[in-house]
Design a binder for this molecule. Structure first.
Ligand code: HEC
Length: 139
């Protein structure tokens, strides 16, 4: 009997959780598990430490799809709502611009055009997403 109660509770909790997630849709920013990537510590890197790292690209794909794709497009192909991130230069300047935007988001006339991700995504997750974006073909 006790086991059945536990199973029932688990099922209920799962259902409530699933409903909560559904209700928010993909509007709620999703933290990303970056297990398997070299930890970067507190200090912000100026450039992407994971460029070309297959593990980072895999984790970044998940991070991108759950946090960025709804505006910047599936497979990083912009549908026109937001800039096409494949066009962002693979350079130190490109890295700096990427980090600034993903940390701070973007506002125009007090309207939030892109939410800030600082405090939601770890630095590891941010650079993993950058690695994934750069791994996508440009056409
Ligand atoms: C709610 C929609 C939205 C979401 C979600 C979003 N962005 Fe954006 N993003 C925008 C818009 C709109 C702009 C253009 C802002 C402007 O007008 O300056 C932008 C700009 C950028 C830029 C600068 C591009 C350039 O060419 O200047 C980067 C980099 C970027 N976003 C990365 C991301 C990443 C990475 C994610 C996911 C972690 C993300 N964005 C999530 C809407 C979004």
């Amino acid at each position: 009997m006790r086991n059945i109660t536990i199973i029932a509770c688990t099922a209920l909790a799962t259902a409530i959780f699933a409903t909560g997630v559904m209700a928010h849709g993909d509007m709620a920013p999703q933290p990303i598990d970056t297990t398997g990537l070299e930890p970067l510590g507190e200090e912000w890197r100026a450039t992407n430490p994971y460029r070309g790292n297959p593990k980072a690209i895999e984790i970044g794909a998940r991070g991108y799809n759950s946090n960025c794709a709804r505006c910047h497009g599936l497979d990083v192909k912009s549908g026109g709502m937001a800039p096409d991130l494949r066009m962002l230069e693979s350079s130190d300047e490109g890295d700096a611009w990427f980090l600034m935007r993903i940390r701070s988001g973007a506002k125009r006339d007090d309207r939030v055009k892109m939410p800030p991700f600082e405090g939601i995504l770890s630095q590891e997750a941010m650079w993993a997403i950058r690695s994934y974006i750069e791994s996508q073909p440009k056409d």
